[in-house]
Design a protein around this ligand. Structure first.
Ligand code: FDA
Length: 323
């Protein structure tokens, strides 16, 4: 590797690591969410603070042929009442999606539902959302957080899946970056569960996760192919054009119909690819986050592409000029 490229790789890695460390600083989050100047900047990735602000975006995505999964932002709650309040917000979202006849599909974080306080509390809070999903025929996706929660999240998923035939289902997420993920995928295929495969957004130690991008990409490709061949309607969550092309190539070569899996991407990222895929007849679902607790989610998006930081800095500089 040329010296300059090795240097910029190292700089990028350091920047990513710093941003992920800062994503856990609650005091910085409180400050950032109070500053009016940050609001227009986060709008690239977060489609509003309230459901009313998010609904037109969701409708607009449907009109363009995309499905949606709604995320009410929040995570790492340390107080039981906050977990219960978050669950109540999801129940309200499912009601609103049903009334407005929009896609009844939501994504939630286990630590937002109290997993960090007590697994029984998370079972109860997510259980209340699953009950509403059964009533409204909705799909719930349990997002995956850092590796310290993987076992408890998978156990939670097994416990709270609604019985078949209720019209509702609960899926999980597997992170290709984790060394354990091939085995987890086999177990979920065996259980007939629905997997969303992503690369993994958290800072993880080498003992549990691949550190090199090439290793993560190779694991993603292997697991993606396993899932589209044998999985139960898997979701391929990536903006990586090479991996997307590879999935399409294999699906075409092996006669795997476009309704056997879907691509998923985040709101505000690679809109061009999302539109192209829909235009070519592939299924795409956009992950639509809203809410006031956007700070950790936003910082992970910056960490994924450090070039986003210069976009933010340029905007802040411009705002300063106006002030
Ligand atoms: P990669 O990071 O290699 O990026 C490929 C290309 O995509 C980049 O070159 C760039 O063009 C574009 N891109 C990616 N991220 C960008 C960004 N932030 N801003 C601008 N451009 C960007 N993770 C997790 O740990 N648990 C979870 O539950 C989920 N859930 C989830 C749902 C959905 C629908 C998606 C798409 C992703 C997640 N993730 C996640 C996040 C995931 O783990 C990962 O961090 C990001 O998707 C970035 O990885 P890519 O696969 O896009 O590849």
């Amino acid at each position: 590797m040329p010296a300059q490229s090795a240097l910029s790789d190292a700089a990028e890695r350091a920047m990513r690591s710093t941003l992920l460390t800062l994503s856990h600083r609650k005091s910085l989050g409180r400050l950032a969410t109070q500053l009016p100047v940050t609001r227009p900047l986060v709008r690239r990735f977060i489609c509003g603070e309230t459901l009313d602000e998010a609904l037109p975006t969701i409708r607009n995505l449907h009109e363009q042929g995309m499905g949606t999964t709604v995320d009410v932002l929040g995570e790492s709650v340390s107080v039981e009442t906050d977990a219960r309040a978050a669950a109540a917000r999801y129940v309200g979202v499912l009601d609103a999606l049903a009334v407005t006849e929009l896609d009844r599909n939501v994504s939630l974080k286990p630590t937002q539902m109290g997993l960090g306080i007590d697994a029984a509390l998370a079972r109860e809070t997510i259980g209340s959302i699953v009950a509403k999903a059964v009533e409204t025929g909705a799909f719930i996706r349990i997002d995956m957080e850092d590796h310290t929660t993987t076992d408890s999240t998978l156990a939670l998923w097994r416990d709270i899946r609604p019985s078949a035939g209720t019209g509702a289902d609960v899926g999980v997420v597997i992170q290709a970056a984790l060394r354990r993920s091939d085995a987890d995928i086999e177990a979920i295929i065996e259980a007939g569960g629905r997997v969303r495969l992503c690369k993994g957004a958290y800072k993880e130690p080498a003992s549990v996760a691949f550190q090199e991008k090439a290793e993560v990409d190779a694991a993603y490709e292997r697991q993606m192919l396993r899932l589209i061949r044998a999985g139960n309607y898997p979701a391929l969550a990536t903006h990586d054009v090479r991996l997307i092309r590879r999935a399409i190539e294999v699906a075409r070569a092996e006669d795997i119909a476009p309704d056997r899996f879907e691509f998923q991407m985040l709101y505000g990222i690679r809109r061009d690819i999302q539109e192209q895929l829909v235009g070519a007849g592939w299924r795409v679902r956009t992950y639509v986050p809203f809410g006031s607790q956007w700070y950790p989610y936003f910082m992970r998006r910056l960490a994924e592409r450090p070039a986003n930081v210069s976009f933010i800095l340029r905007n802040l500089w411009r705002e300063r000029g106006r002030g």
